[in-house]
Ligand binder design. Structure first.
Ligand SMILES: Nc1nc2c(ncn2[C@@H]2O[C@H](COP(=O)(O)OP(=O)(O)O)[C@@H](O)[C@H]2O)c(=O)[nH]1
Ligand SMILES: Nc1ncnc2c1ncn2[C@@H]1O[C@H](COP(=O)(O)OP(=O)(O)O)[C@@H](O)[C@H]1O
Length: 200
């Protein structure tokens, strides 16, 4: 069986990564599996432990990192986030295309370890629209919104380090464009040939 792709999706907080992902997940032909990350951030209303994230204490996070269990990790606005490696490998071995929705420092680590990863950066139509979206979500207090917006401009500057850049003006269109990138990757014989990245 052909090993699944490793897909990296990044973009500033509130750009619509989660929204676009929902469209992608609704298409079974893409054989997507979402990699649930570990985080020290507190759950938002409605978030489910083990589905949205594995919510852990700083000590538990530290232990996972020390034990070499994380494919990548980063700190983002006061919280730590990381990708558990074992599950990524298991799903790829099953032929699933594993999607990491991660911020830019982690994305750089993955691209270094796994040059075959298909990395995609989502940009907003404008900074004003990004602000409208992050505020409209009403998931964070004002202080955190400010910190995330301040970070966004620097993150957007890294977009040329990704293989693909997609603007999320309309979420269905953005998902269709990303689906085309994934299909192309699935057809490629050179991707993943001898890709041992992240094996423990
Ligand atoms: N490096 C890294 N970043 C992550 C991981 N999981 C989530 N993130 C990113 O951390 C940032 C903050 O995530 P979150 O607090 O859920 O906020 P949201 O993206 O605005 O919904 C986002 O850019 C996520 O894509 C991970 O495992 N590793
Ligand atoms: N193309 C779009 N046009 C308008 N609003 C959008 C679009 N994509 C996402 N949104 C809205 O923007 C907010 C942030 O989206 P979300 O998917 O949570 O972003 P992220 O996962 O990148 O932080 C949500 O309220 C979502 O409904």
């Amino acid at each position: 069986m052909k090993r699944g792709l490793l897909l990296v999706l990044s973009g500033p907080s509130g750009v619509g990564k989660g929204t676009v992902r929902k469209y992608l997940e609704a298409d079974p032909s893409l054989k997507l599996a979402y990699s649930t990350s570990m985080t020290t951030r507190k759950p938002r209303a409605g978030e489910v432990d083990g589905t949205d994230y594995f919510f852990v204490t700083p000590e538990e996070f530290e232990k996972a990192q020390e034990n070499g269990e994380l494919l990548e990790s980063a700190e983002f606005v006061g919280n730590r986030y990381g990708t558990p490696m074992k599950e990524v490998n298991r799903l790829r071995d099953e032929g699933k295309n594993v999607l990491l929705e991660i911020e830019v420092q982690g994305a750089m680590q993955v691209q270094e370890k796994c040059p075959d990863a298909l990395s995609i950066f989502i940009i907003p139509p404008s900074m004003e629209e990004l602000e409208r979206r992050i505020r409209g979500r009403k998931s964070e207090p004002e202080e955190i919104i400010q910190q995330r917006l301040a970070k966004a401009a620097g993150e957007i500057k890294t977009m040329n380090r990704y293989k693909y850049i997609v603007c999320n003006e309309d979420p269905k269109l953005a998902a269709d464009l990303i689906a085309a990138i994934i299909r192309r990757g699935m057809e490629s014989d050179s991707l993943n040939a001898g890709d041992e990245c992240g094996t423990v």
